[in-house]
Design a protein. Sequence first.
Lengths: 210, 254, 490
Amino acid sequence: MSAKEEILSRIRSALSDAPVAEETPREYRTSSQMPEEELIELLVDRLIDYKAGVEVINSAQIPEFVAAKLKDANSVVYPHGLEQRWLSELPTGITQIPDAPGARLSVAQLDATSAVVTSSQVSIAESGTIILDGEPNQGRRAISLVPDHHLCIVPVSSIVRLLPEAMVRLTITRPLTWISGPSATSDIELERVEGVHGPRTLDVLLVRGL
Amino acid sequence: MRIALFATCIVDAMYPETAKSTVKILERLGHEVVFPKAQACCGQMHINSGYMPEALPVVENHINAFDTDDYDVAVAPSGSCVASVKHQHPILAERLGKPELKERAIAVGKRTYELSQLLVDVLGITNAAEQLGSYFPDTITYHPSCHGMRSLKLGDRQLDLLKTVGGITVEELPEADQCCGFGGTFSIKNADVSSAMLEDKMKNICSTGASACAGGDASCLMHIGGGLSRTGAKPKTLHLADILASTMEETVTL
Amino acid sequence: MTQVFLGMPAPGHGNLFEEEPFPQAAHRELGNTQMRKNLRHATHTIRDKRLKVVGELPDWEQLRDAGAAIKNNAMANLEELLLQFEKNFIARGGIVHWARDASEANKIVTQLVKDTGSTEVVKVKSMATQEIGLNEHLETEGISAFETDLAELIVQLGHDKPSHILVPAIHKNRTQVRDIFLQEMPEVDPNLTDDPSKLADAARTHLRKKFLAAKVAISGANFALADTGTLGVVESEGNGRMCLTLPETLITVMGIEKVLPQWEDLEVFMQLLPRSSTGERMNPYTSLWTGASADDGPRNVHIVLLDNGRTRALSDRFGRTALNCIRCSACMNVCPVYERTGGHAYGSTYPGPIGAILSPLMTGIEAEDNGSLPYASSLCGACYDACPVKINIPEILVHLRGEDVDTKRETHKIPTQMDLLMKGGSWALGKGKNIGLLEKALPLGRLMAGKDKKIKKLPGIAAGWTQSRDIPAPPNKSFRDWWSDQKESK
């Protein structure tokens, strides 16, 4: 008997009393109505609580704020599908490096890059969570991980209040990264401190009209 | 109403005053109290110690004693014993393959109330001084026993009753929701951990400056009281029923 | 030795055993005052945080109900869900392995690592690999495993054992962590302080090169989604993302009970888990991957589906809900026993209330001293209240005590004191007239008391009581007798 056959046979034997589980009650909140301004306020509150930097801006202001947030960077990596306009006001001294299919940066190159700019797919106000799903404007997972500073663009239209509302906007089989603040740990005395292996700085631009 | 008193074995044998207090309170409200003499114990000690076949005669005896039409509701001055009657008896019957006993256990459980449950939910007591004449001119603190708090979800019923006793001062107990460490045979089998839990409970009780720690379970109170007695600490322990039964004319003393 | 039949649930092996009776282990651990201080501080910190974030959700109880029902359904349909998961995982380019027990899983993982030619692996914190003793096994095969979670790193560098499922180094305080780093990290700044953010920085520097160079990573998984073949890891530090994203080969070891029926179920567990474990609204990072992606992350993606006693637990109809555990650690954080003894007292990888049921369910109650674990509880019920999937831990503890007593009944030739006490108690408390008869002797009990009306020393097993508590002298007359005298003479 193969291990698989044996384990499956054990399961059948273990369940020989044929337990019937009750149908799953889904009486938790799956939809909500919250005015856009309150959604923004809630998400900002959560992100600040996680010690992320947050600005609420208009889409026209993106280049200006990207430049301001990245002023101390030496180099910036961006996914090939990111809107080029967003990086248009970056000072010329900052190297802009695209990560594109067929022209992927090595891990060492990513490590030598000071920052990354990505967009995002959907954000959950109630838990302060931003979800990246590998779309061309978000890139593969490594680029938003290795550089120490992540600047993330969150269109206001992509904010929902509840986690179940975000689920329906996701394709679950894509490589997903859910981000709630900069990297952190509670491993010493169960007190949270920010900044471990993932980006130690997370800046979020919440953009109206995007 | 005709109310059957389930005294519980520990109160019957060790703290008869608490059972008498329970009777007094209910009679004061004009109810008739009966004491089914076949009763002995809920069997919790056996069940919680893992002695299921040995628990069976005890549980059967309880069900036989209380599965009668001779009363309207049953009451016990103990959250733990009531939780056992309501939750453990049906499970034991199922485990030992006695479906008929299980049904009877459920029926008895439905009619059985912890004292504060009965007073608040069934008899509508919201003010002990006014409705029961309760009077206790001293400072107490209150320990909510685990099974009453978590299994029966008594909430603040006991505490609210105590707060409305005439002349009383109730000091809040720090970390009140923490177990005192009794746990039946846990206090013997894991005596060291139990004692460590008790130590913290006593520290918190003493920090309130109260003369007594009140509670709704004689067993936990025996545990806490036994520890306080051993360390020579000032506070005593007192059952909720004894405080509620205390009046201006007949005041309970520590 | 229990005989094992092919195809029948078999006991688990590995780090699942209490090696001495719990009271003995607890006695020793209670003597460690520094550890007790550390644990008290950490558990009380997390209790307050958990209550705050749980209180924010108006539908917390509905989420718990859904979580419990999803898990019950998953267990009831486990075979079908595992097959569905396997099919979907393979369709997405993943490779599935099945392991009956710890040693089989260790062999599979070792061979997979050897096939890559690598002699080093980076690891994401994983209870399953802790349970099977994977690191130790890899070491004997010449493969070095580097733990990358901060607390796991502290334990590994300190040559210590984990004592908590979420924060394995919970028994160490910041100063002790600093001392371990100073001693074990050759490159560390000798002026390192015990500021937790500085310690986190030191861990970052220590592991950075390992992450960037790693060819093989080993992870656990918080859940597997049957309908899509997706795996998920929930973490905080980014060490998980490093391991799951950068290496060429990813090997995940996961217990078979982690499979969930459908991807929508995530919306329940991703609300329950972070709030219950670290007391956060959401953990900093969650990674989800479905097989191997063409251009993103590891090219070789394996999963080892592990039984190791899980089917044994599943076969216990009064205990199987223990498999619903999502390893949040809320039960141990609120447990008054765990708070005082720490996790080492439980012997197994799984400490605290859930460990006290899970370990004996997976190994059998008769294994080593696992029969002493279900008694490591005052049955206060704080664990049940805190459990996000509503595992009735106190009820299962009591059930397993019954199993323990029944098992020992067969092996004990001479009844123990407890056996005799319970036997006698069964007679005495089995009839109103029996207890009534005994109560006639209450005045005799008064003779045992001193002048101060206290009983200060009892013999035999009851001595455990009088080590720290008195017993009041019994009354002259029971309530029963008083009732007969007063009420029935009228």
